[in-house]
Design a protein around this ligand. Structure first.
Ligand code: DAK
Length: 275
């Protein structure tokens, strides 16, 4: 389903960021920190552009096998779009902001490597929308999540109506969007908005373990599954099943599929190469 697998010989140089920290650890996990803790990591235009560039870089970089997005400081993942910036927008600029933001979130959602949101505090408005575009969400018991746009006289503008509905169902999406309330992590977990909830001191380890588990699987299969899941949501069931069958067929042309099945039969661990 993807034209090219990663090129293991290539070394890429990380771009420089003003509002993000990027650290690729020894496991190949890229820890991307939105680092504006004084503004509770609110998303201004620059952060949105940097996030898009950073995710594109990580998607390309053969050193990176999984991405984690988190917020700087201990109070917030991301407390939304930057309200100061929003307040000054006219309709044309708002449209520009919308297109920019949607482009960045599409980049996150279509990343062929798993992207995990690590939510330690507030994930509100555009911040929750960023987390919803990630493939998985792990939250601390201290986190609070919500879409408070209606309390500002707005509606979610970064795909929140569509993504929350697909992830948690229209009943939950209506309640969250109409009330604008911030919900505790346990409630977000109960309704399926987050995958796991752990005490704050466990959060980073839980995210790392989740990433490591996925990284042991065939990278080509993981990327293909992510794409089939994403594209399958955009079409009806029979077309989604066709997409799955096509991708299933193509997987059988990969070295990883041969390696994975042989390793099982030979009772050894697979050595996947992502191709
Ligand atoms: N933007 C800018 N600054 C923010 C911010 C935000 N979203 N959230 C917090 N801050 C700033 C505060 O102004 C404060 O700055 P100083 O006063 O210290 O200079 C600092 O962060 C600390 O915040 P607080 O003093 O308020 O801290 P508290 O612990 O008292 O309260 C809070 C924490 C998270 C409950 C509170 O800060 C809060 O309610 N923040 C706003 C949350 C919110 O409403 N977020 C949703 C924003 S609306 C669009 C696309 C997307 C969107 C809109 C349009 N288009 C396509 C056009 C998305 C909209 C949103 O996300």
């Amino acid at each position: 389903m993807y034209d090219e697998g990663p090129d293991y010989g290539e070394e890429l140089e990380a771009p420089e960021f003003e509002h993000l920290l990027l650290e690729v650890d020894d496991d190949g996990i890229a820890w991307i920190t939105v680092n504006r803790p004084k503004q509770l990591n609110a998303l201004n235009l620059e952060v949105v552009e940097e996030l898009r560039d950073c995710v594109s870089f990580c998607a390309e970089d053969p050193e990176v096998q999984a991405l984690v997005i988190r917020g700087g400081g201990d109070k917030a993942f991301v407390a939304g779009a930057d309200i100061q910036e929003l307040a000054a927008l006219g309709p044309l600029e708002a449209r520009e902001v919308s297109l920019n933001g949607q482009d960045m979130l599409a980049n996150v959602e279509s990343c062929p490597k798993p992207v995990i949101a690590c939510i330690q505090g507030y994930a509100l408005g555009g911040g929750l929308e960023l987390a919803l575009a990630c493939h998985l969400r792990v939250a601390s018991t201290e986190a609070r999540l919500g879409l408070p746009e209606t309390s500002l006289g707005l509606i979610p503008g970064y795909g929140g109506t569509a993504r929350l509905t697909r992830i948690a169902g229209v009943g939950v999406a209506r309640e969250w969007i109409l009330t604008g309330d911030a919900y505790p992590a346990e409630e977000a977990h109960r309704v399926g908005v987050v995958n796991r909830v752990v005490p704050p001191e466990r959060l980073e380890d839980e995210v790392r373990e989740l990433a490591r588990t996925i990284m042991k699987r065939g990278p080509y299969a993981v990327g293909t599954a992510l794409e089939v899941l994403r594209r399958g949501l955009e079409v009806g069931q029979s077309e989604a099943e066709n997409l799955e069958a096509d991708a299933f067929g193509m997987i059988f042309a990969t070295d990883d599929a041969r390696e994975g099945t042989s390793a099982f039969l030979e009772k050894r661990k697979p050595n996947f190469r992502g191709s």
